[in-house]
Design a protein around this ligand. Structure first.
Ligand code: ZN
Length: 253
């Protein structure tokens, strides 16, 4: 067990999910001295890889080591802790085993805030929505008494808040959730660097189409969100609870 709790923990189905969604927010929290972490539920293997990593006669090679090295490098750039679990990619399901595996890490890391993915990626990986359900269940399991045998005999830990980052751009105001934007203007460069580490995915800084183009699309999206709150770049998070706000000076700027 780590001595100090990791106070804010974001969870993705695959390495790179969290960076794309809330990489700037995590870097910002880490910079401010808050211990921050990422849990990937799978290694994302098998996956289609950038051809640079593939020899002509490769068909079913496992590149988990490449993905793990990229994930660790990206975490170092963001300044966060990271663990990549080995739950099954492409057939990730909200099972009792998956819930207990994640809740065991929660009991070790003892976060105050957990950040999950939100929503379905239709026509893309169903793992993302399963990850949301696993995180919600594991957040509850983390605080259950009389069940230590399922969590390496670790004591109960109560997580204070569960937040989300929407995986679909159009979900600006998910039903019954409260949206808030985080100013990431100071950490957008760190976020971009952390995303471009995933060379196995073919990500390139100046590409104009396909998956290679994805980092630029994310940067543009963050710029669009920033313009809505009068800053350069922002990320979108949601909370299932209303936000308390007593200081009306916020509305007078
Ligand atoms: Zn993913």
């Amino acid at each position: 067990m780590s001595e100090e709790p990791i106070e804010v923990v974001a969870i993705g189905a695959h390495p790179d999910d969290v960076e794309l969604g809330v990489g700037g927010t995590l870097a910002k929290l880490a910079r401010s001295g808050i211990r921050t972490g990422i849990i990937d539920l799978t290694t994302a293997e098998p996956t289609p890889l950038n051809e640079k990593y593939r020899s002509p006669d490769d068909h079913d090679e496992d590149y988990a080591d490449v993905r793990l090295a990229e994930a660790q490098k990206s975490a170092k750039i963001l300044g966060v802790e990271r663990i990549t679990l080995n739950l099954p990619n492409r057939r990730l399901f909200d099972t009792f085993e998956a819930r207990c595996t994640l809740a065991t890490i929660f009991r070790q890391w003892r976060p105050k805030i957990v950040i999950a993915m939100y929503g379905k990626t239709i026509l893309a990986s169903p793992d993302h929505n399963q990850a949301q359900q696993i995180v919600e269940a594991a957040t509850f399991y983390s605080r259950l008494t009389k069940w230590e045998k399922y969590f390496n005999h670790l004591p109960v830990h109560r997580i204070k808040s569960l937040l989300y980052f929407p995986v679909r751009f159009i979900d600006l105001h998910p039903e019954n959730y409260t949206s808030f934007f985080v100013d990431i203007s100071d950490t957008i460069d760190i976020k971009e660097e952390a995303i471009l580490v995933y060379k196995s995915q073919g990500f390139e800084p100046k590409a104009t189409q396909g998956l290679r183009h994805f980092p630029s699309v994310i940067m543009e999206w963050n710029r669009n969100l920033g313009s809505r709150i009068g800053v350069e770049y922002a990320e979108h998070l949601v909370t299932p609870k209303p936000l308390r706000l007593d200081d009306f000076s916020y509305f007078m700027q």
